[in-house]
Design a protein around this ligand. Structure first.
Ligand code: SF4
Length: 66
């Protein structure tokens, strides 16, 4: 699976970074940066929790072919 970000929605709350520092960071403008958009199966639950934690609905998990 891979992570999709809608930067137009990101409000820089940082919940995703708190939930998963391996895949998410904030840039100098306070917007989310994907450190790795690819999600290994071992990380799937943690990334899914980070996606759910976003109050701005800016994150999405999708299959590799979508
Ligand atoms: S939790 Fe959502 S709004 Fe906050 S930094 Fe992450 S993507 Fe942006």
């Amino acid at each position: 699976m891979r992570i999709h970000v809608d930067l137009g929605r990101c409000q820089g709350y940082g919940n995703c970074v708190t939930a998963d520092e391996k895949h998410f960071d904030l840039d100098d403008n306070g917007l989310v940066v994907l450190l790795d958009e690819q999600v290994d199966s071992a990380d799937r639950e943690r990334v899914a929790a980070a996606v759910r934690s976003c109050p701005a609905d800016a994150l999405r998990l999708a299959d590799d072919d979508s």
